[in-house]
Design a protein around this ligand. Sequence first.
Ligand SMILES: *Cc1c(COP(=O)(O)O)cnc(C)c1O
Length: 372
Amino acid sequence: MKVAFLNLQKLNKRFETSFKSQFETFLNKGHYILGNKLVEFERVFAKYCNVPYCIGTGNGLDALTLILKGYITLGKLTPGDQIIVPANTFIATILSVKQAGLIPVLIEPNEATFIITAKTVKQNITPNIKAVIITYLYGQIDGMDQMKKLCNQNNLLLIADAAQAHGAKDQNNNLAGSIADAAAFSFYPSKNLGALGDGGAITTADSILANCVRKLRNYGTSKKYTNEFIGTNSRLDEIQAAFLIEKLKVLDIDNTKRREIASRYSNEIINQNIKLPLWNNSNNHVFYVYAIRVKNRNHFCEYLNKNQIGYVIHYPIPPHKQKALANEFKNQSFPITEKISEEIISIPLNPILEVSEIDYIIQVLNNYTCSD
Ligand SMILES: *Cc1c(COP(=O)(O)O)cnc(C)c1O
């Protein structure tokens, strides 16, 4: 049997009828940018996240950058301020800080959850630290009560990189997008809520920030051809908004399906050579990916190749080791992050996996021996 890591064509085929009808309406209307569909998506996604404001953006990186630039515009951050970010995140989290003219301070995650903790943030607080960006990595929310408390006590802004966590709920049943001061989402096609192209959004309960980033994403415009701020062009297209409205309708069903598959993996993959992700079986995880750890990863990859099971490594080289950033972090090491990056590997987990494919993956993983 051959199992792709993620078959996007098949994933989106489920929406063929509604997408075609949305496209026809779109084509007949002739309004492509900043129209009714974007307004509607912003309304339904804000409602979904149980948060007052949603602002569509061109992508997830821009959503993060715009939050930071929004805070700078409002005087809550100043260029040169230091921002705590996880060392083991997707590079976009760190790039957003740099693009906003701020300084990223990397910290290690909890090795069991892959997420940064209030304890480690606390150890890294100095007078120069003004904000924390937490990534809900792989789709999991953890430790937000303590993180919010710590940030409040120390007057730090708390921003969530929720690009992998659409629909995840914390222990108080609060949804990703409604917990931190502001959150950034990506609708990159492979994400739990994925567009048919690039897309992103900011969610927040802060009306002043919402107003500001709404202008910043559109040339800093408050009224057409009136530029109040130095903005940028990062808008969520009408057609993507229309597709996302359709896909949002099944996000909860898809996330439940993801958790069901994760439960099967967690219960049925029994192999001392494979370390499974820590999860408390709650809705705090939406399994953007199911990331396992193996000691000799090259060997394991060959085994998956031989058995025709797709995989992706999230992420093989940590940001501080990337050529683009290596100079900036040359005197720093992050042993936990580096160890994770050497051992981590994501196996197929998505809402369109067939039962036979899940059975096959479990069987192949259970038959893995390091000496194959
Ligand atoms: C996908 C992703 C982003 C960036 O999203 P884009 O839409 O690709 O710009 C940022 N952070 C994390 C954690 C992501 O997974």
